[in-house]
Write a protein that binds this ligand. Structure first.
Ligand SMILES: Nc1nc2c(ncn2[C@@H]2O[C@H](COP(=O)(O)OP(=O)(O)O)[C@@H](O)[C@H]2O)c(=O)[nH]1
Ligand SMILES: [Mg+2]
Length: 403
């Protein structure tokens, strides 16, 4: 498409994604989630999201055009709009690649600084460096889109510092705090905006969340570092983290209101439910083929069975007294669930909550509401039109030893 003006595509920002990196000794058994965050943001199609990215490499991959003997990846650029403001983002990830023969970090030519110093670089240069797409690209670069880092260089405008709030074997909170604090201090010295992005909130542990909050409250940061709670796997708050940073870079007065994780997850699931429902309706209207319709009915039944199997676990997690559930009328059960303090964590609120017409209550339903397992979006439980009898049966099954 032809460019209408120089400004088309919105304001250009280069964002550097940083955070604890290195060998297993430094970061524990897993990385903190920098690559997944970049992947989710830059490649917006769900099919382009990969959970496994490069960090331990062969010498030939390290010297190939994608890594290009550097310890950073160029993720390419993406154009996005927020609140009628268009932004164009160039994204880089600062990491530390490890040699698969000796399990030590590669020595980048002429660069001997430690990660915490090196990762805050604002002038990045790498002639002919190719955009990273995915792990399988290395060695067969020609089979993937080949985009070069613009003019061989980038000038960083702001940083997203990633902090993993999940429990990772081989990594202590002290270690992650020490490295993250050192990185943040170096960024603050540069007077560049930074957001602390907590990652893997779909698997968060309480201590991780607390540690991140304590970190940004340290005196030396003078309350200047906002936190955004994300999950790349569940695609929650990822865009928001970049937009908030863009507004900070832009010094714009308007600041995006970023919801906390539970609320953002609820909104995300409502969006997904809405889209799924709209898509299903569309198929129902346009597809006349009986085989396909039968397949869809079969899938719905399968999904319902899966959801029922999850129900006891969710009720246990909400710590609802199961004895009460057995004895109460379905409408009472619905009220109990609704008034539970964690209701919004497990349910999305539809416009109507019906609970049957009282007495028999076997036909009682929670309309337009869904109950979920917050840990795993793929296994969420939808209570749409779920008769109480089935729900209670599932709940009883869950109580049996060994089930
Ligand atoms: N549960 C969960 N795991 C994640 C998430 N993001 C990344 N991971 C996992 O954490 C590991 C390291 O992720 P990666 O993005 O490569 O980390 P990096 O080394 O910091 O770039 C991989 O196994 C990812 O699948 C997330 O949002 N949720
Ligand atoms: Mg990475």
């Amino acid at each position: 498409m032809a460019k209408k003006s120089e400004n088309i595509g919105g304001k250009l920002m280069t964002i550097s994604v940083v955070g604890l990196s290195g060998t297993e000794k430094e970061k524990g058994q897993l990385g903190i989630g920098k690559s997944c965050l970049c992947n989710r943001f830059v490649r917006t199609s769900a099919d382009d999201y990969n959970v496994d990215h490069i960090s331990v490499l062969s010498q030939s991959d390290f010297s190939g055009r994608v890594v290009n003997n550097d310890h950073f990846l160029y993720w390419g650029n993406v154009q996005k709009e927020y609140d009628e403001q268009e932004y164009r983002f160039e994204v880089v990830e600062q990491t530390e690649f490890v040699d698969d023969s000796c399990f030590q970090p590669f020595k980048a030519v002429g660069k001997t600084e430690s990660y915490v110093k090196r990762c805050v670089a604002t002038k990045l240069q790498s002639a002919e460096k190719l955009m990273y797409v995915c792990k399988n690209q290395l060695g067969i670069e020609k089979e993937y889109e080949q985009r070069l880092i613009p003019d061989g260089k980038l000038s960083v405008d702001g940083f997203l510092c990633v902090y993993d709030v999940s429990l990772v074997p081989g990594r202590t909170w002290e270690k992650q705090n020490e490295i993250t604090a050192a990185i943040l201090q170096n960024i603050i010295k540069l007077k560049k905006p930074v957001v602390l992005v907590t990652s893997k909130n779909d698997e968060s542990c309480e201590q991780g969340v607390r540690e991140a909050e304590r970190l940004v409250q340290r005196k030396e940061f003078k309350g200047s570092i906002p936190i955004v709670e994300t999950s790349s796997h569940d695609n929650v708050n990822v865009d928001q983290a970049f937009f908030l940073l863009a507004q900070m870079i832009d010094k714009s007065k308007a600041r995006i209101k970023v919801a906390n994780y539970a609320e953002a997850l609820r909104i995300r699931r409502e969006q997904l439910d809405f889209v799924t429902e709209a898509f299903t309706q569309l198929i129902r209207i346009h597809v006349q083929d009986h085989n396909i319709l039968a397949m869809m009915a079969h899938r719905s039944a399968k999904k319902l069975r899966k959801q029922l199997a999850k129900l006891p676990q969710v009720l246990t997690r909400m710590q609802l007294s199961t004895d009460d559930l057995h004895e109460n009328d379905w409408s009472v059960v619905v009220r109990q669930i609704r008034s539970h303090r964690d209701f919004s964590v497990y349910f999305s609120t539809g416009s109507r909550l019906s609970s049957g017409s009282g007495s028999g209550s076997d036909t009682g339903t929670i309309s337009e509401d869904s109950i979920r397992d917050t840990r795993d979006e793929r296994s969420r439980i939808s209570l749409q039109s779920l008769p109480s009898r089935i729900a209670r049966k599932a709940e009883k099954l869950g109580k049996r030893p060994g089930t």
